[in-house]
Design a protein around this ligand. Structure first.
Ligand SMILES: Nc1ncnc2c1ncn2[C@@H]1O[C@H](COP(=O)(O)OP(=O)(O)OP(=O)(O)O)[C@@H](O)[C@H]1O
Ligand SMILES: [Mg+2]
Length: 294
């Protein structure tokens, strides 16, 4: 059984695709079979990071055209196998939960050790559900306040969605479900949700507390320019614990490096062409933290 790892971010352009493709190369280089999936349903560009000129077939063809999963897998010059993304936003906007689970169950049964999902930015239910259904959840952010705010917002939507999907099983929870579903965020924090559930049913409250306690998210900081910026980890950790009740795992960081964008422009897989760079060393550290901490 493959392990599914999802890479998300609250804000776009923080380095999800760069990270997912290069951490895949690091894992492959260490001897693991890895499949990388462009799950950015609408903004497919992961192929650029692994030396492929075109995305090839992808999840759209698997789900909508019923192409066999093995026939949408491409070999890439970066040595990792790849499933391309779809730029057909409308076609993929309405995939059901059943279809999402179908994709994940299929991917899990493939003969890889790790499957990385490079998700789109933001809080669409597609993105959030893939994130929640994954075995390991990783979030990319940078040290800017906007990235912090959006990352917190993303985790809030994802956690509330996870709770909502659990509560949907109980008729007596339908009002709370409606409030959780609304993106206006009627619950300011996790304790306000606990209070409302506890009034209705204490057993369900315990189940939800268990879901929250076991909700683990790994954080990677990108484009770091000074050691001081790493303090962002601690601020973020205390806010997510206080208001959402969840623990984050600090997986590591990647420094800013001008040769990252140069290699992307040349469509050269960064990690393989810069094995001795600081960014690649950091990717190796993050790799080992993913395996031991998450
Ligand atoms: N460590 C880094 N150093 C320098 N530049 C970087 C680094 N990481 C990413 N970049 C730059 O940031 C750009 C955006 O990265 P990337 O496409 O991976 O972000 P993304 O989060 O996947 O974006 P989107 O939300 O649009 O999918 C890259 O093209 C690259 O030029
Ligand atoms: Mg991307």
């Amino acid at each position: 059984m493959a392990e599914i790892l999802a890479v998300a971010s609250g804000k776009g352009g923080v380095g999800k695709s760069f990270f997912s493709s290069n951490i895949s190369m690091s894992l492959k280089f260490a001897g693991n079979d890895v499949l990388l999936v462009d799950a950015d349903l609408g903004g497919a560009n992961t192929h650029d990071f692994i030396g492929l000129k075109v995305p090839g077939l992808g999840l759209y063809e698997f789900l909508k055209d019923k192409v066999d999963i093995n026939n949408v897998i491409t070999k890439s010059p970066a040595g990792i196998d790849f499933i391309g993304g779809s730029s057909d936003v409308l076609g993929m906007a309405h995939i059901t939960n059943f279809e999402k689970l179908k994709v994940l169950n299929k991917l899990k049964k493939l003969d890889y050790k790790y499957v990385f999902l490079d998700l789109g930015a933001g809080t669409s239910f597609n993105t959030v559900d893939f994130f929640n259904f994954a075995d390991k959840k990783i979030m990319l952010m940078n040290a800017e306040p906007t990235s912090l705010e959006n990352s917190y917002g993303f985790l809030k939507v994802a956690l509330y969605r996870k709770i909502e999907l659990h509560l949907r099983k109980f008729r007596e929870m339908s009002d709370i479900c409606k409030k959780l579903h609304s993106k206006s965020m009627q619950f300011p924090n996790i304790s306000s949700i606990y209070t409302e559930i506890g009034v209705v049913n204490t057993k369900i409250l315990e189940e939800v507390q268990e879901i929250v306690d076991s909700y683990k998210v790994g954080i990677v900081l990108n484009v770091i320019r000074t050691r001081k910026e790493l303090n962002v980890f601690y601020g973020f950790e205390s806010v997510t614990k206080k208001y959402l009740g969840i623990d984050i795992e600090k997986l590591g960081f990647m420094p800013y490096d001008i040769s990252v964008s140069e290699s992307i422009k040349l469509m050269k897989p960064f990690y393989l062409n810069n094995l001795k760079s600081d960014v690649s060393r950091c990717l190796d550290d993050i790799r080992s933290h993913i395996l031991t901490k998450l």
